[in-house]
Every structure is written in C-alpha cells, then in structure tokens.
Design a binder for this molecule. Structure first.
Ligand SMILES: C[S@@+](CC[C@H](N)C(=O)[O-])C[C@H]1O[C@@H](n2cnc3c(N)ncnc32)[C@H](O)[C@@H]1O
Length: 204
C-alpha cells in the first residue's frame, strides 16, 4: 500500500490540479473536427476512475456531457463540490467498479492513472468494453502504468507493457503516444519510479 490509497488526501491535493494533457489533446482533436461539421448534440464523455475530477471538469468546461465513475464516494463528492454550478446539469456521476460496469455508447472515454488498480482480467474486459462502447470516430485517452513502473512488482497492480497496450488498441488509430519513464514523486510526495504510457487514440 502507498499513501496514494489515502484517497481523501489524494483528492484534496489533486482537485485543483490542471487536467492531464491527454484529455486536453482529445478535446482539441474533437474541436478541430467540429469546425468542419459541428454536431447538433453535445457529446458524451465517460471518465473512468475520475478521482476529484481534474479531467471531468475540463470536459464539462468544454461543453461535454460527462459520466464520471469512481469506486470512492469521496471522489464523487470532491468532483461535485468543485464543479461550477452552470456545469452540474451536464454531469452524471456513479459510484461503481469500472471492472464490472457496462459502458454506455459514447464519444470519448478517459482513464487517467486508474487502470493499474484493476486485476488483469478486469483490465482486459474494460479495454474490450471501451472498443465496443466508442462510436466510430470516438476516442480513448489516458495515462496507463507501464511494466517498468515500480508498481509492476506489486501483485495488487496491473501494469502492462507498452506493446500489450498497443495490441489492445489495434482497432484504433494512435494519434498521440508518449512513454514517460523517470524517478519522480506521487501526488502525496512518495518517491516512485514512474513508467507511464500517455495515449490518445481514435476508434476506426
Ligand atoms: C490515482 S487516482 C486518479 C484520479 C483521476 N483520474 C486523476 O487523474 O486525478 C485513481 C482513481 O481510480 C479510482 N479507482 C480505482 N479502482 C477503481 C475501480 N475498480 N473502479 C472505479 N474507480 C477506481 C480510485 O478511487 C481513484 O479515485
């Protein structure tokens, strides 16, 4: 266990942090397409393991409908408390396990540093579900722990290789891909060897 499991502390530290670059990139890619043919209806994004909602709130700010899911009531409470009142009507929240949740049809699925908590079977099932739920032209974006992350030696975590992640994304066009490996610190200050795959991918 690391202090990342002190979820209320984690949410307190991250609630005011900016969105991850992967979600802002995905939003920009949709916006670039909109200039050619703007959709009549707002699009739906699902944020898997939303935490205090740094990504969900950016999606709302950009006009999206958002379904934000987390196992922790504290996460959903923090997200709702930090969401501007004008954006709340477009926010739906759910306390649920993403490993056993049936995803609705949607345009964007975001998962920022949350999938490592799934066991291997739930991880694979969730990736299958993502491919099934995304409409053609929809996108997946997120930050996924890689197999050289320090957490990979802990059986409580699932940290696939970048090659395995690419394999799962065979039905996607990879629009942005970055592997980050460094000795850094976690949100609550613990030193940690980080290996992250940062990806934005478009469903074919
Ligand atoms: C490291 S935090 C990241 C939160 C947020 N995405 C961010 O980037 O700030 C991981 C989040 O995933 C949630 N989580 C872990 N396992 C989950 C599961 N099986 N289903 C839903 N949420 C889960 C945790 O409660 C936590 O809020």
């Amino acid at each position: 266990m690391t202090s990342e499991h002190s979820w209320p502390d984690y949410y307190g530290v991250t609630v005011d942090r900016p969105p991850w670059h992967t979600v802002t990139e995905a939003i920009a890619l949709f916006a670039a397409e909109d200039s050619a043919a703007r959709p009549a209806e707002p699009r739906l994004a699902v944020d898997l393991g939303c935490g205090a909602g740094r990504d969900a709130r950016e999606l709302l700010r950009s006009g999206w409908l958002v379904l934000a899911i987390d196992t922790e009531h504290d996460a959903i409470d923090a997200l709702r408390a930090a969401t501007p009142s004008e954006d709340l009507p477009r926010l739906d929240t759910l306390v649920a396990d993403i490993g056993s949740f049936i995803l609705p049809p949607c345009d964007l699925i975001n998962a920022s540093v949350s999938f490592q908590f799934l066991d291997a079977a739930a991880y694979a099932r969730t990736l299958e579900q993502i491919a099934a739920a995304l409409k053609p032209g929809g996108r997946f974006c997120g930050l996924l722990y890689g197999d050289r992350d320090e957490a990979a030696s802990d059986p409580a975590y699932t940290c696939p290789s970048p090659d395995a992640i690419r394999g799962w994304l065979a039905d996607f066009e990879i629009e942005s891909w970055n592997e980050r490996e460094e000795d850094g610190t976690m949100a609550l200050g613990d030193p940690h060897h980080i290996h992250l795959v940062e990806v934005v991918a478009r469903r074919r």
